[in-house]
Write a protein that binds this ligand. Structure first.
Ligand SMILES: *Cc1c(COP(=O)(O)O)cnc(C)c1O
Length: 231
């Protein structure tokens, strides 16, 4: 079942790229494996997947320890400052930076661990109260401050779009994030790149690809529904 799901998602990404006139190589699928056992991750790994996304520090580090070292681990969940030290040097990308305080801690830990940490700024495009992320207006000022910190690099933007029945409803959200990234890129800020747009989940990743996503984060579409009752 995992193989069929995985291949279906890959196929849909390819088709969305075609519709949008984009190269398939511009889009990377992140398999969001939170709550799923390492056996399932291994199965997807064996199909060629090398990017996995987790939203809890402990779960990420436990899986990182036992799975092959060529996996790129993506921290996609809200990150507490006191936990940054556990993932410094282990994550390929932190998607969920939404404050200068958190960015400072990441910078300090990167210096301590003698590594560079690439990050994305999480933007709450739709302004949902229940969501983390900075507002569209706060994004540029935050990036200008983070750009001054050592060993941390802004690589782009991330958003979690609202839960909707019809993915078309999220098209304006994805378009807005893309516009924002183009505007920020035009500022040519030292130490800041806008090469990555992390947007789109199981319900809406095809629309996100059409609107310019370079990373899509798909969990349920690959691994099936999550069961939180056992944890
Ligand atoms: C869980 C999660 C996903 C994947 O969600 P699905 O709807 O299962 O694809 C993507 N992004 C973030 C930030 C998540 O927490």
């Amino acid at each position: 079942m995992l193989k069929e799901n995985y291949e279906e998602v890959q196929k849909k990404i390819t088709e969305a790229c075609k519709r949008a006139g984009r190269n398939r190589e511009e889009v990377t699928l992140i398999a969001v494996s939170k709550t799923k056992p390492v056996e399932m991750l291994s199965e997807i790994y064996d199909l060629g997947e090398r990017n996995f996304g987790e939203n809890k520090v402990q779960e990420l580090t436990e899986k990182e320890e036992v799975l092959p070292k060529d996996i790129h681990w993506h921290m996609i969940g809200h990150l507490q400052r006191n936990k940054v030290k556990y993932i410094a040097g282990k994550v390929a990308l932190i998607h969920s930076v939404d404050s200068l305080r958190l960015a400072k801690t990441i910078s300090e830990e990167a210096v301590k661990h003698n590594c560079e940490i690439p990050i994305l700024i999480e933007v709450n495009v739709a302004g949902e109260e229940s969501k983390f992320g900075v507002s569209v207006e706060e994004t540029l000022p935050l990036i200008e401050e983070i750009a001054k910190l050592p060993a941390i690099h802004v690589e782009g933007l991330m958003t979690i779009a609202p839960y909707v029945e019809d993915p078309e409803e999220n098209r304006p959200v994805f378009r807005k994030l893309k516009e924002l990234s183009v505007d920020i890129a035009a500022k040519n800020i030292n130490n800041v790149r806008m090469a990555i747009l992390s947007m789109g989940m199981t319900g809406d990743y095809e629309v996100a690809v059409e609107e310019g996503a370079t990373l899509v984060r798909v969990g349920t579409g690959i691994f099936g529904e999550r069961d939180y009752s056992k944890r």
